[in-house]
Design a protein around this ligand. Structure first.
Ligand SMILES: O=C(O)C/C(=C\C=C(/O)C(=O)O)C(=O)O
Ligand SMILES: [Mg+2]
Length: 427
């Protein structure tokens, strides 16, 4: 079973070239130094032959790519050893709307239902120069070679596993060229490569929704959803929700530890109210949105600011590191929390109050967020939305105890440890 589908953006030479001039300008300033990761959540997953629905009024582009399927737990593996953790390869279609910017999470471009069909897995000895062919209705429309990737499979595994422990079933999509193939209703897109089972999917403007989705729940998270926090970071409050996704590896529980990397200057907490979905939500209205909520909990959305690069902000290296998202498992039912939009939110470091806000100050409230997300993706029972953090960030250091407290929801306690302390605890 698939676990997390990671995808590398800007990993094909043609993309780097196409964006070279833009990367010298604000907001980018320089080309990416590290791989640019994003996640294709479970609502996007489809299999060979599944019909994929095209969103009305949008131009969708095919993105034929190679998927690496992880077979063994991989933590901080070198590129030389990375081959040993690969179970096999598959073809995938990283479907997308036009990629207009790499500055902000492109969830609306990348995460529509069905936007990630993945084929059957096979074992291949070498994928360093594999031709990936896209046919539309039996006609070849594109062909690219994995030799033109900026980083190959083993280098990407090494880079990702440096901060994110990979588990069997995790998948890494290696990237796509700048040039994509436009898809229309009625098309059948088939992706082929020597030695791999082909991946073929019909596209329709009226695909039936998938009723039973596999995979672990998705944790969606809001950036800058409190205006006072946006201004403390010198940003304006956003005009539409800034949503990013946190991978399974980052989650821990109450009374857990979070690792502060040794070489950094600024790692901060973010106390957040988390909404837990109780029913499948697809195109729900604002008025009915709260009927789909199972309950509420809280999390701490730690971030390491030193690692922020202006691509797919906030990138996985910043926010989706192992241990950086303590989340309380117990949920409070809506009946016990009549108004989730009037709750005091506090974060204490070593007993001192450092962050104090109220959920009434969210820029986009919970019904809006559920309606907005469910307009283009299906929210499943267990999926969660971390609703953003108010003003009051501060650096935390090994030894600090951090407690997030939300009125009526509970307390979440965790402790910061150094890399060495964490390694020692694993022995
Ligand atoms: O970290 C930033 O610069 C802002 C940000 C995300 C912020 C949150 O997670 C939050 O406000 O809770 C971003 O998307 O850039
Ligand atoms: Mg946050």
């Amino acid at each position: 079973m698939k676990r997390t589908v990671f995808a590398a953006a800007l990993n094909h030479q043609s993309q780097i070239e196409a964006w070279a001039a833009a990367f010298q300008q604000p907001p980018y300033q320089h080309p990416p130094q590290h791989p640019v990761w994003f996640i294709k959540p479970r609502n996007t997953w489809r299999s060979h032959r599944d019909t994929v629905g095209l969103p009305a009024g949008e131009q969708v582009y095919s993105g034929a790519t190679l998927a690496v399927v992880i077979g063994e737990t991989a933590r901080k593996v070198s590129a030389e050893k990375a081959r040993e953790v690969i179970a096999g390869y598959a073809l995938a279609n990283e479907l997308s709307l036009a990629e207009e910017s790499f500055y902000r999470p492109a969830i609306k471009a990348k995460c529509h239902d069905g936007f990630c069909p993945i084929g059957e897995i096979a074992v291949l000895p070498d994928v360093s120069a594999l031709q990936i062919i896209t046919e539309v209705n039996g006609e070849v429309r594109d062909c690219w070679n994995t030799a033109d990737l900026r980083r190959g499979a083993t280098e990407l595994i090494a880079s990702l596993s440096e901060f994110s422990t990979l588990q069997p079933g995790d998948v890494i999509l290696l990237g796509t060229p700048q040039q994509r193939v436009a898809i229309h209703a009625g098309d059948v897109v088939t992706i082929k490569a020597a030695g791999l089972p082909e991946l073929s999917n019909p596209f329709s403007d009226s695909a039936p929704p998938m009723e039973q989705l596999s995979g672990q729940p998705t944790l969606f998270a809001l950036g800058l959803n409190y205006a006072d926090h946006a201004s403390e970071l010198d940003f304006k409050a956003p005009e539409e929700p800034l949503v990013f996704i946190k991978a399974a590896n980052t989650l821990t529980g109450d009374h857990s530890v979070s690792v502060r990397p040794d070489d950094v200057e600024y790692m901060h907490y973010e106390g957040e109210l988390v909404v837990v979905m109780g029913k499948t939500a697809r195109r729900v209205s604002r008025d009915n949105a709260l009927d789909y909520v199972a309950g509420y909990t809280l999390c701490n959305d730690y971030a390491v600011r030193d690692y922020l690069e202006n691509y797919y902000r906030p990138n996985l290296r910043v926010k989706s590191r192992d241990t950086l998202t303590p989340l309380r498992e117990a949920i409070v039912r809506p009946s016990a929390l009549p108004d989730p939009h009037n709750l005091a939110l506090k974060t204490f470091v070593n007993g001192e109050l450092r962050q104090s806000g109220n959920t009434r100050d969210m820029v986009f409230d919970i019904p809006f967020l559920i309606a907005w997300l469910s307009e283009f993706l299906t929210l499943q029972p267990g999926d969660m939305i971390a609703t953003g953090t108010p003003k009051g960030l501060a650096d935390v250091r090994p030894g600090d105890e951090v407690v997030v407290e939300i009125e009526g929801v509970g307390r979440l306690t965790n402790r910061i440890v150094s890399e060495q302390q964490f390694e020692d605890s694993l022995k």
